[in-house]
Write a protein that binds this ligand. Structure first.
Ligand code: UDX
Ligand code: ADP
Length: 456
């Protein structure tokens, strides 16, 4: 019987997951620990460190009852029956595999703290996304302890998406749990499955061997990103042929074998997972001597980079081949709506390309201003950060809409048009606004993968 669940790493993945476990399993004490004191203080405050719809309610109703946030890692480890590891595993920036392989130093440090402080056997669950076969390394580090302790490693990747994390956790399509095919391994998988069975129907809990589970996480993200790159590649062809990419995606997606989801053409995918996980997959394929497989997946990232530069190229050619000294209002900096997260957001690359063209860039995002300032810290003097969208728009030659925030549809576009320099341009990187309405108001409207609506 388990009583104490601990999660090491209070980030975007670990904290929401633990909040939902605490909410659904009142008999467990759930403790989330982190080395970052500021982050833990924020999780213990009225203003949580991440914006995620519905998360405040879940945290506030369980915090202090059976959900705790702490920096006391030693005590938490000692007390734990099950330890989830949810530390960051960014792409390596140095040495072998730089720019592709996962940087596993935080993971290994965590494993080493577990053996330093543990004084009983434990189940250790990999929640962070990791290269396939990492569990073997983690198991070797943990089981090298000289205290005679035994650790079972279980892989339980998280599939929630930001912005819908709470709903995804409460009603997951599936929960995946992988373990070793030994009696102890099967027991550990069963224990972790028992946590989820509190609220997830049994048929949605899938158990596999360790390596399938680790690889499935990378593959799921790669397949999703591949769909976005596939439709984005077609958006370029649509712009040349006057086909409309949204019509193409809709009509193709009606085929139940293709399916309609994740076929929305856009400025490109961002987020902490897609690029990192594909590069990780590419590195693994190279490592295992499969260069053709590696280059196949590498194209998904290359197409994504191309989409952002193509977008800026379209802006330039529409605006008479120069944006130098023109004010451009960048609306939306988060990598998607309903999150303040800007990791790998295409808005970063687009803003930098516009700055390189010497445009005056004014940025507004309803939730991501702090992160935007951080991402552009090295060029902050060249950028205007605006809390109010109309301040960003005032006197602008063009609007670049980069995130599909609902509030952008609610702007008073008549007022927007009046405030802008003429001819007024809107580049809608999400095909999110009502283009016919904007055109009628006088804007020159450029979407993704569709014919521009211009007054020239
Ligand atoms: C993703 C996976 O969906 C999730 O299962 C995994 O656990 C983590 O990675 P996330 O990155 O939070 O989640 O967001 P997601 O909704 O997948 O969107 C990723 C990016 O793709 C966003 O920038 C989004 O705008 C873009 N996207 C998505 C498109 O451009 N078009 C689409 O049709 C779908
Ligand atoms: P994710 O999106 O995967 O949740 P984040 O970067 O948001 O990633 O969160 C990872 C968290 O893990 C960070 O808050 C970081 O401080 C924490 N962390 C990293 N290494 C350790 C460690 N050795 N012990 C405890 N926490 C750690």
């Amino acid at each position: 019987m388990i009583k104490n669940i601990v999660c090491i790493g209070a980030g975007y993945v670990g904290s929401p997951t633990m909040a939902v476990i605490a909410d659904k399993c009142s008999e467990f004490k759930v403790t989330v620990v982190d080395i970052n004191e500021q982050r833990i203080a924020a999780w213990n405050s009225d203003k949580l460190p991440i914006y995620e719809p519905g998360l405040d309610d879940v945290v506030f109703r369980n915090r202090g009852k059976n959900l705790f946030y702490s920096t006391n890692i030693p005590d938490a480890i000692r007390e734990a029956d099950v330890i989830f590891i949810s530390v960051n595993t960014p792409t390596k920036t140095f040495g072998t595999g730089a720019g592709r392989a996962a940087d596993l130093q935080y993971l290994e440090k965590t494993a080493r703290s577990i053996i330093e402080y543990a004084d009983s056997d434990k189940i250790v669950v990999e929640k962070s996304t990791l290269p396939v076969r990492t569990a073997q390394a983690v198991s070797r580090v943990l089981n090298s302890n000289t205290k005679g302790l035994h650790f079972q490693i279980v892989s339980n990747p998280e599939f929630m998406a930001e912005g819908t994390a709470v709903n995804d956790l409460q009603k997951p399509d599936r929960v995946l749990i992988g373990g070793l095919e030994t009696p102890e391994g099967r027991n550990a998988v069963e224990t972790v499955a028992g946590i989820y069975r509190h609220w997830v129907p049994g048929e949605r809990i899938i158990t596999t061997n360790l390596w399938s589970s680790e690889l499935t996480k990378l593959v799921s993200n790669a397949l999703l990103a591949q769909r976005v790159s596939s439709i984005n590649s077609i958006s370029a062809l649509c712009e040349k042929t006057e086909a409309n990419v949204d019509e193409v995606a809709r009509a193709a997606g009606f085929d139940s074998r293709i399916g309609s989801k994740f076929l929305k053409a856009s400025i490109g995918f961002g987020g902490s997972c897609f690029k990192k996980d594909i590069l990780n997959l590419v590195y693994l394929c190279g490592y295992y001597g499969l260069p053709e497989v590696a280059s196949y997946w590498e194209q998904v990232v290359a197409m994504n980079d191309y989409q952002a530069s193509r977008f800026v190229g379209n802006m330039l050619s529409a605006m008479f081949n120069t944006v130098a000294d023109k004010k451009i209002a960048v609306l939306g900096f988060a990598f998607k709506a309903d999150t303040g997260d800007t990791r790998e957001s295409p808005a970063i690359a687009v803003s930098r390309m516009l700055l390189a063209e010497r445009a005056r860039v004014a940025i507004h995002d309803p939730k991501a201003m702090v992160n935007a300032r951080h991402d552009l810290a090295d060029v902050e003097n060249d950028v205007l950060f605006c809390e109010d969208p109309y301040e960003a728009i005032k006197g602008a030659h063009a609007i670049a809409l980069l995130t599909d925030w609902k509030s952008f549809r609610e702007l008073d576009f008549k007022r927007v048009f009046e405030m802008m320099e003429k001819p007024a341009f809107i580049f809608d990187g999400r095909n999110y606004l009502d283009h016919d309405m904007l055109y009628k108001l006088g804007f020159n409207v450029y979407g993704i993968g569709r014919k521009p609506l211009t007054h020239f």
